[in-house]
Structures are given as structure tokens and as C-alpha cells.
Design a protein around this ligand. Structure first.
Ligand code: ATP
Ligand code: MG
Length: 391
């Protein structure tokens, strides 16, 4: 029996005129994700996309695991695609869903008929199929309100589809459909989660990491590669720019008051990241900041950081508690990598008594201590590119 995936695209249905573009993007993302499983054809019809394997040996179970991680899908199911002959449909339903029917105690049948030439209408299909399955599986009873199993029959243009349980999709919007943004990624727990969350809202990612050798090691950078590989499972292939940050950090340490060291460092990071964002055609920055988590993330400190940004800064974790962030990082499998103990440039020169309510005047004045502009330009210029493939 030929098996396909029936994909229900979530919010896409709401997008009116843009729908085609969104759908095309979703199909492109699914194609890319299923490449290692086999060749598939994708046929959109109404709010469903039918993904059909071209290759007899394609492993549908593996395809299901891949599709679970593609954004822009509300739910999907494995379905049998059979000839539109009602006897065939009945027999196939009993055969294809045999295991499910045997383990259920109650069931109902739902039918959709988009091919109006089919001799039975939807209520008739439900009634006849229900009767047939009760005859074959006498232990079952019908429960239309809360059944253990729903048997779905869809009569479409080219064939009939039979499916049981729906699988929950990753939700969100197709990656790339909202444009591109630049993720500031450290080796910590928060920023990979922030990248995942914005990719879920349809943003393609390009990443920036600030490295301060010899204070930070090669292994710290490798850790960032590993984190991005995990995020890329959801967000797709991602470019990473590794920015040499040592000179700027040392200069800040030598020239600026210690209590706002971190705020000034974050402003420098934002400046460099914006240059890279423009170069990469990215329209926003993404960080893993959350209000009050550390001294550089108080409202006042964030205001000082934001003051250098000419493009929006997305901070999807802004209102989340650490345990909520950790729950997501476990889900996307970044947590165990994030807690590996390599130094990040942020932890290299941590002030002993950071100012939690810095004012912009104080910060601007402190920044006058050195000529940062050429250093920022040089850091952006000397960033090294690494292509991160998804696992
Ligand atoms: P994370 O867990 O993401 O490291 P954090 O709670 O440790 O976050 P900070 O170290 O203050 O917080 O960093 C705040 C945000 O600044 C990070 O989420 C990240 O977006 C960005 N950031 C920090 N360090 C770096 C770095 N070395 N390279 C790129 N971005 C960074
Ligand atoms: Mg950090």
C-alpha cells in the first residue's frame, strides 16, 4: 500500500495572498530536510500538502522524525493512498489501521470528500465505514465525542487517503518567511534558545560569536559550532561569523570604569553585529537576554545597550525564567553542550561590582576614553566565516 505524509500547515492558512509564497517556502524547507531520507514530491491542495515518496525504500518513520522539526506545520499524519473505489477504501482502512483498531476500544470515522463525483457523500462514507469496521472488529464501539481512535477518510482528486492518529507539528512559520536576522550566540544556555525561538517565527539565522583568544579557547568556539548545529536542525543551514574581540575587550578594561565594563562591552558587540547584519542582509539582531538575569540585563543596562542599535533587537527570552529557558534548551538538545565549562568572553573580565542602573550619559562619557570606531570596524572586517551544517 502506498504511504504518504499529509501535512497541515498551521498559521499559513491565515496569510491570504502571501499564502503561496509561504507554502513554497515550507515545501523548500521540507525538501531540504528530507533529502537524506529520499526523493519526495509535494502537492499542495487546500490547507494540506501531500508529501509522497518517489522511492520505494524511503523510510517514512525517519521522514516523520524530520518533519516534526520543520516550522510552519501544525500537524501531520502518515496516510495510505488508495484507489477511489469504496470497497478498496473499506478493505484498506481495516488493513492499514489494523493495529490501531485492535488496540482501541472506541472509535469514530470522519470523512472529507473534495471530489464531489464520488458516489457517497461524507455522512454516508462515515456510516458505511463505521459499520464495516464494527463487523471486522467486533470488540469496538462507536464514540463520536471522545474516541480512542479517529479513522479519517479523505476522498481527493487523484486518490483516497486513510489515516489514523495525527502527529503534532513544530508549529510556527516556515524558516525564512519572515526574513533574516543576526543571532548573537555565546556558549551559554540562553542564546541558542533565543535563536530557536526566532527561527520558529520564520526568521532565517546568521550568527555572530565574539571570541577573545587567548582568554577564550579554541574549544569554546567549537562549543558554539556544536550549539549552532543543534539549532540548525530547526533553522536550517546557518553561517557563523567569529569576531576577534580581544583588542576591544582589553582596551575597555584599560580605559573604562570597571563598574560599566560589561555594558560598554555589550554596546561594542551590538555595533559590530550591526555591521555584519547589514553585510548579511539581516534586518534585526537576536540576543538571549532576560530582564534582571544579570547586572547587564537590568532595564537600565538594556536601555544603554539599545541606544547603539539602529535596527530592532529581538529578545525572545525577555520575560522568561531560567527554568523555562532550560526546559526549551533540553527540548532542542542544547542544554548538555551549553553547560560544558569553557570560558566565554563575557566571563573573562567580569566586574566585581557592576552598576545595575547605569545612565546613558555616564556610559557615553566613559566611552570617550578611547577611539573605538576603527576598532569596531576592524573587528567586523576581520570576522571569520564558518558554515554550520545541520546534523
Ligand atoms: P547566554 O546564556 O546566551 O550566554 P547569559 O545569560 O550568559 O546568556 P550574557 O552573558 O550577559 O547572558 O549575554 C547576554 C547575551 O549577549 C547572550 O544571550 C548573547 O545573545 C550575547 N552574547 C554574550 N556573549 C556573547 C559572545 N561571546 N558572542 C556573541 N554573543 C554573545
Ligand atoms: Mg553568557
Amino acid at each position: 500500500m502506498k504511504e504518504v505524509l499529509l501535512i497541515k500547515n498551521g498559521e499559513l492558512a491565515l496569510k491570504g495572498l502571501n499564502r503561496r509564497t509561504f507554502e513554497d517556502m515550507l515545501i523548500k524547507n521540507m525538501k531540504w530536510r528530507l533529502k537524506s531520507v529520499g526523493r519526495f514530491t509535494f502537492t499542495p491542495s487546500q490547507s494540506t500538502i501531500v508529501a509522497s515518496p518517489e522511492d520505494e525504500n524511503a523510510d517514512l518513520g525517519e521522514a516523520v522524525e524530520k518533519i516534526k522539526k520543520v516550522f510552519g506545520i501544525a500537524a501531520f499524519s502518515r496516510a495510505a493512498a488508495v484507489e477511489k473505489d469504496f470497497q478498496t477504501v473499506l478493505r484498506s482502512a481495516a488493513e492499514y489501521l489494523e493495529d490501531n483498531l485492535l488496540s482501541a476500544r472506541t472509535f469514530k470515522v470522519e470523512a472529507k470528500r473534495s471530489d464531489k463525483r464520488f458516489p457517497l457523500n461524507s455522512p454516508e462514507i462515515c456510516r458505511e465505514t463505521g459499520g464495516y469496521l464494527l463487523g471486522k472488529f467486533p470488540h469496538l464501539t462507536v464514540d463520536v465525542h471522545n474516541p480512542d481512535l479517529t479513522v479519517n477518510i479523505e476522498i481527493r482528486d487523484t486518490c483516497a487517503y486513510i489515516h489514523g492518529k495525527q502527529i503534532k507539528g513544530a508549529g510556527g512559520m516556515p524558516t525564512g518567511s519572515s526574513g533574516k536576522a543576526c543571532l548573537l550566540i555565546s556558549g551559554g544556555i540562553d542564546s541558542p534558545v533565543a535563536g530557536y525561538m526566532m527561527a520558529k517565527r520564520g526568521l532565517e539565522l546568521t550568527a555572530v560569536h565574539f571570541a577573545s583568544p587567548p582568554y577564550t579557547s579554541e574549544r569554546a568556539e567549537q562549543k558554539v559550532h556544536q550549539l549552532l548545529e543543534k539549532v540548525a536542525v530547526y533553522s536550517g543551514r546557518t553561517g557563523l561569523w567569529v569576531v576577534p574581540f580581544t583588542d576591544i575587550q582589553e582596551k575597555i578594561k584599560d580605559e573604562c570604569p570597571e563598574d560599566i565594563f560589561t555594558v560598554i562591552m555589550r554596546r561594542m558587540m551590538m555595533r559590530v553585529a550591526q555591521i555584519i547584519a547589514v553585510r548579511e542582509n539581516a534586518g534585526a539582531l537576536i540576543t538571549g537576554e532576560s530582564v534582571g538575569q544579570v547586572a547587564s540585563q537590568t532595564m537600565h543596562a538594556i536601555a544603554c545597550t539599545d541606544a547603539v542599535c539602529g535596527i530592532p533587537v529581538f529578545r525572545p527570552l525577555i520575560g522568561m525564567d531560567k527554568d523555562e529557558v532550560i526546559a526549551v534548551s533540553r527540548k532542542i538538545d542544547t542544554f548538555d553542550i551549553s553547560i560544558l565549562p569553557y570560558e566565554d568572553c563575557c566571563t573573562v573580565f567580569t566586574p566585581r561590582h557592576p552598576r545595575t542602573r547605569p545612565t546613558l550619559d555616564y556610559v557615553l562619557n566613559a566611552e570617550k576614553a578611547f577611539d573605538w570606531e576603527p576598532m569596531v570596524a576592524a573587528a567586523a572586517e576581520n570576522a571569520r566565516f564558518v558554515l554550520i551544517k545541520s546534523l
